[in-house]
Design a binder for this molecule. Structure first.
Ligand code: DX5
Ligand code: ZN
Length: 228
């Protein structure tokens, strides 16, 4: 189970210290939400901030682009130290080219789907991606309530992965706390983004461990067909 605290919920006045707090808390990845004020009704931060954070921590940088025109941002984020770049399936016919471009920049590639978007929109790309992000809130802001209706998409992603012997991770993002993480893990999620429920806690180490344990207890396991 990978736990990825979302820096969006941190104190922006001391970003590096907050990133280090996540690392000391035992988080595996740092989730970096990039918002352009167009694809979503909010603005967060850009590649220069990511570049400044890169030498401060060793964590894997999971960069989530909620941007209408990610084309011009891929190279700046790759150069700034992104390990993985996630783009949105809602970009339609731009997706195939963006996936190729992210890979050619030497980064892992993720594909995200918003709550109203059908998972069939992601299906054509499953063999090319390292991660499928099933959004469990409408992106734009931290601290929103979990949208349970997204869970069947997590289950479908898990079943496709098993049936087709693919290797993408299944990530969930939005309203994730110990209770909702358990539900997501039971449906097949293996990568948990969580902002408010981690950065909002004074004892983040305990919060990371509670989240991880709740999800691991409910984790959906591979079904190995038995010969009879
Ligand atoms: C939502 C972002 C999330 C957000 C999650 O637009 O993609 O990563 O920060 O925050 P919480 O866990 O507070 O819902
Ligand atoms: Zn995110």
């Amino acid at each position: 189970m990978i736990v990825a605290p979302s820096l969006l919920a941190s104190n922006f006045g001391k970003l590096a210290a907050e990133a280090q707090r996540a690392e000391r808390a035992g988080a595996d990845w740092l989730h970096l939400d990039i918002m352009d004020g167009h694809f979503v009704p909010n603005i967060s931060f850009g590649p220069e901030v990511v570049r400044a954070l890169r030498p401060q921590v060793k964590m894997f940088f999971d960069v989530h682009l909620m941007c209408s025109k990610p084309d011009m941002l891929l190279e700046p984020f790759a150069k700034a130290g992104a390990d993985q770049i996630i783009i949105h399936a809602e970009l339609g016919d731009k997706v195939a080219g963006l996936i190729w471009r992210i890979k050619s920049l030497g980064c892992k590639v993720g594909l995200a789907i918003n709550p109203p978007t059908m998972i069939s929109e992601a299906e054509p790309y499953l063999a090319q991606i390292d991660l499928l992000l099933v959004m469990t809130v409408n992106p734009g802001f931290g601290g929103q309530p979990f949208i349970r209706e997204a869970l069947p998409k997590v289950a479908q992603a898990w079943e496709w992965r098993q049936r087709r012997a693919l290797g993408y991770r299944i990530e969930v993002d939005g309203g994730i706390n110990a209770a909702t993480a358990a539900e997501c893990a039971a449906a097949g999620a293996d990568t948990l983004v969580s902002g408010t429920a981690l950065f909002g806690k004074r004892n983040m180490k305990q919060a990371v461990s509670t989240l991880r344990k709740a999800a691991e207890r409910h984790r959906r396991h591979m079904v190995v067909p038995t010969a009879t």
